[in-house]
Design a protein around this ligand. Structure first.
Ligand code: GLN
Length: 469
């Protein structure tokens, strides 16, 4: 059952919203004992919302639908930490716009999903001090992918219909979706409001939906989207009836297959699975050609890690034990106080990024790194724009391999870890929408195909994804 069907059954009274929410919370907590997908449950709040739905006080397209919200997206009255110890105890006084929109449609927020601290990672292994790592729903010795690992894991593991709210800066929706075998949509930058998102990199962050069903992605995105006066980068975008694209077939579509994505770094299994997917689209009437995105692939990682860490290091400056999260009594000087709050409460990866980003923004090197990266970013955008003159969508693997084991991940250097994002940083830098489509499996593990579209062409991605239902 998808979320639309559930919402209809709840609205008609066939399913009791409160009873259903009770069952959902029980199952989610049972799953959580083993898999760690939720950092904080909000049981009382969920049951109160279910009560309102049952009484008919709230009616909408998500009536009674359980949703999980990535920990970096704030939910009123529920501890929201972005997976970091430094934000322990931070209880937001307001809802993020995307959360408010969901609740206005009758959605039931069940909890905050686990993630890499502040979004810094590709495996959800860089969790904050004292947090648990989410385990892959198909094989718990493997990672969920990151940084929206809890979101993807729960979307796959839950037997109840549900929508997960994730966030992507450089790949954090499609990579975990790929490792866990669900759909995950990273929309065009500006399509969904960032108001209430705990920023990682403001020029890159996007909120988007994850689910087992493409129908849920379409409906979820319809609910999330829209201009928000509280986010000056959000836009009133065209073409937002995403569900209408579910009915369109792929006949006549022109597809560009990104050929650099089939190099040595991508396992043969993944390459084969993606080609099978391309052939399937061809059988259904699409045509394809091989294309190249040399800048995005060669320069994307360097550009991304300079810009993303620069923005992150600025954003993290405010976490110093004064306004948000962890605080303590002090007789120390401010410098000592800040040090004693920040040193034990930021994880290693957060510290690495603070150092890297601060360096890249420093007077004397800013022109050589930050400004140069910003310029190359513009060239990457132009590279994609040129291709979209000739192709409806581009495709490649979402990740170069299937979900790795925790032991394999431990052996990776930070640089190797950053390489996991090889395919995904380009579209994120360009702010173009991209969708993970679970297209099959190899060795029992899901393989995901990434479909990229031009700005505001999420509909074309849904059309392509629907071919694999
Ligand atoms: N893995 C990338 C990073 O660590 C992307 C993470 C994200 O999209 N939040 O920055």
């Amino acid at each position: 059952m998808n979320i639309k069907e559930l919402a209809q059954k709840i609205a008609s009274g066939e399913i009791d919203a409160v009873e259903h929410t009770h069952q959902v919370l029980e199952e989610a907590k049972r799953i959580n004992k083993e898999f760690n997908y939720i950092n904080t449950f909000c049981e009382k709040r969920a049951l109160a919302a279910a009560e309102s739905v049952k009484k008919g006080k709230i009616k909408g397209s998500l009536s009674g639908v359980p949703v999980s919200i990535k920990d970096s997206i704030v939910v009123k009255d529920v501890e929201s930490t972005a997976g970091s110890a430094i934000l322990k105890g931070y209880i937001p006084l307001f809802n993020a716009t995307c959360v408010q929109k969901a609740e206005d449609e009758g959605a039931i927020v069940i909890g905050k999903s686990s993630q890499d601290e502040f979004g810094f990672g590709s495996f959800s292994t860089n969790v904050g001090v004292g947090f648990k790592k989410p385990l892959n729903p198909i094989d718990p010795t493997r990672a969920c992918g990151g940084s929206s690992g809890g979101a993807a894991g729960l979307a796959m593991k839950a037997k109840f219909p549900t929508l997960s709210y994730g966030e992507s800066t450089g790949g954090s929706i499609v990579v975990p979706a790929s490792f866990c075998g669900v759909y995950g949509m990273c929309p065009t930058y500006g399509r969904v409001s960032r108001y209430g998102l705990i920023d990682y990199g403001n020029s890159l962050d996007k909120v988007g939906p994850l689910s087992k069903y493409i129908e849920d992605i379409a409906l979820g995105l319809e609910v999330m989207s829209g201009h928000d006066p509280n986010d000056s980068t959000s836009v009133k975008a065209p073409d937002s009836d995403f569900s209408s694209y579910l009915k369109k077939d792929v006949k006549g579509m022109k597809i560009g297959v990104i050929s650099e994505a089939f190099g040595d770094g991508t396992t043969q299994d993944v390459q084969d699975a993606i080609w099978d997917g391309v052939k399937k689209l061809e059988d259904l009437g699409a045509t394809y050609e091989k294309v190249k995105t040399p800048l995005a692939i060669d320069k994307g990682l360097a550009v991304y890690y300079i810009l993303a860490t620069s923005e992150a290091s600025t954003n993290l400056a405010k976490y110093c034990g004064m306004r948000y999260g962890v605080q303590k009594e002090t007789n120390e000087s401010f410098n000592d106080y800040f040090k004693n709050i920040r040193s034990p409460n930021f994880g290693d990866e957060a510290k690495r990024r603070i150092i890297l980003g601060t360096f890249a923004r420093m007077a004397g090197v800013r022109d050589a790194y930050y400004l140069k990266a910003a310029k190359v970013r513009t060239l990457i955008i132009e590279e994609y724009k040129k291709l979209f003159k000739n192709y409806d969508v581009l495709v490649c693997p979402s990740a170069p391999y299937t979900a790795p084991t925790f032991t394999e991940i431990e052996k990776l250097t930070p640089l190797h870890t950053y390489m996991a994002d090889l395919m995904t940083v380009g579209p994120n830098l360009a702010g173009i929408p991209h969708l993970n489509v679970p297209i099959g499996e190899k060795g029992g593990l899901p393989v995901g195909m990434m479909v990229l579209g031009d700005h505001f062409k999420e509909g074309e991605l849904i059309r392509t994804g629907a071919a694999f239902r």
